[in-house]
Design a protein around this ligand. Structure first.
Ligand code: HEC
Ligand code: HEC
Length: 291
């Protein structure tokens, strides 16, 4: 009897292993097809000017759009995560130093990467959140590229990005935004410029940088990675609806909320929102309250 049960258990276990292995092989092939897909896009010409006003705007954008968070504060790239199950997530060195971008990395290549989430070979960049950068105005994109092109070379050679089994499965089930190029309407028209003043329109424009975590309706939801806190509702129906403009600005500059909570920069990146100007935070405030 016992032998029979053992035999049965062993058989069940083997079946589970075989089915799991077959499923993983399938998921791996499907994910690799998504990584290798070639996108055909048409790029509109963009005039890049390296004057001091553009460079200053570009530097500001590189902070408030999170480039310096992921690509390191000097934009020389870094290993963000190295986990045996998940993978090694590496951001490239964006300078022209050793280990950096190739000498012939062109303005078109910059547009492809930032606006479309594509490599120069037209395949998707992994995790590079271009769905948030896709709607950058022509003026902001040009300033950002001008600034990146003028970076002093940094010699930093980094290991290759590698997606390991858990990363493959999370990608397959769309639990992490691994392939932002899939989330972008590559033919969408973009605005040339949005005046830098306190306005609802400017607030709406700036809020695209919050939508990756707070969702497109900005009403929040479950945490992005297992174990991370719930993402707050930041529309008028959440706490922000009760805050004054001053309290909102303090929360985004210090991480301290009127309810006495201290926001953890690892989940809510207030070190990044700290760099927003008064005009930008005031615009965000009126836009979020209006929702
Ligand atoms: C959430 C982290 C994250 C943020 C924020 C981010 N990037 Fe990236 N970026 C990546 C990763 C990861 C890659 C590498 C993707 C790959 O190798 O497939 C990448 C790739 C790139 C590339 C492509 C380089 C190449 O080899 O072709 C450029 C250019 C780039 N990023 C510029 C920027 C700029 C400019 C910003 C800010 C507007 C920015 N990134 C913000 C994660 C990020
Ligand atoms: C990387 C993900 C991420 C990004 C990007 C992000 N947030 Fe958050 N935010 C969070 C998380 C997670 C929380 C909840 C933190 C907690 O409860 O400890 C939060 C909390 C907040 C809170 C506090 C809400 C409350 O009820 O206490 C405000 C306000 C806020 N975010 C505003 C913004 C704004 C404005 C932007 C865009 C400029 C933004 N966030 C971008 C993840 C993010």
């Amino acid at each position: 009897m016992i032998r029979k049960i053992l035999k049965y258990l062993l058989f069940t276990l083997l079946t589970i292993i075989v089915v799991a292995a077959a499923f993983f092989t399938y998921a791996n092939i499907a994910v690799n097809q998504r990584f290798e897909k070639s996108y055909q896009i048409e790029l509109k010409p963009l005039t890049i000017s390296h004057d001091s006003v553009s460079l200053a705007l570009g530097e500001h954008l590189s902070v408030i759009k999170g480039c310096t968070d992921c690509h390191a504060s000097d934009l020389g790239g870094k290993v963000m995560v190295d986990d045996p199950a998940m993978g090694r997530l590496v951001t490239p060195n964006l300078t022209k130093g050793k280990g950096g971008l190739p000498a012939d990395y062109s303005t078109e290549d910059w547009i492809k990467a930032i606006r479309h989430g594509l490599s120069r070979e037209n395949t998707p960049l992994k995790l590079m959140p271009s769905q948030e950068f896709n709607l950058l105005t022509e003026k902001d994109l040009a300033a950002l590229i001008a600034y990146c092109q003028s970076l002093a070379p940094i010699d930093r050679e980094l290991p290759k990005l590698e997606i390991r089994p858990v990363g493959v499965l999370l990608t397959h089930f769309d639990k992490i935004p691994m392939v932002p190029a899939e989330l972008i309407d590559h033919h969408r028209e973009v605005v040339a410029d949005i005046p830098n003043e306190v306005s609802l329109e400017n607030g709406q424009y700036l809020a695209t940088s919050c939508s990756g975590c707070h969702r497109t309706d900005l009403k929040g939801g479950d945490g992005h990675i297992p174990g991370s806190p719930k993402v707050a509702d930041i529309t008028g129906s959440g706490n922000v609806g009760k805050w004054t403009e001053g309290q909102f600005i303090t929360a985004l500059r210090t991480g301290g909320t009127p309810e006495g909570k201290h926001l953890d920069n690892n989940f809510m990146p207030w070190q990044m929102t700290k760099a927003y100007t008064d005009t930008e935070l005031k615009s965000l405030y009126i836009y979020l309250k209006s929702l």
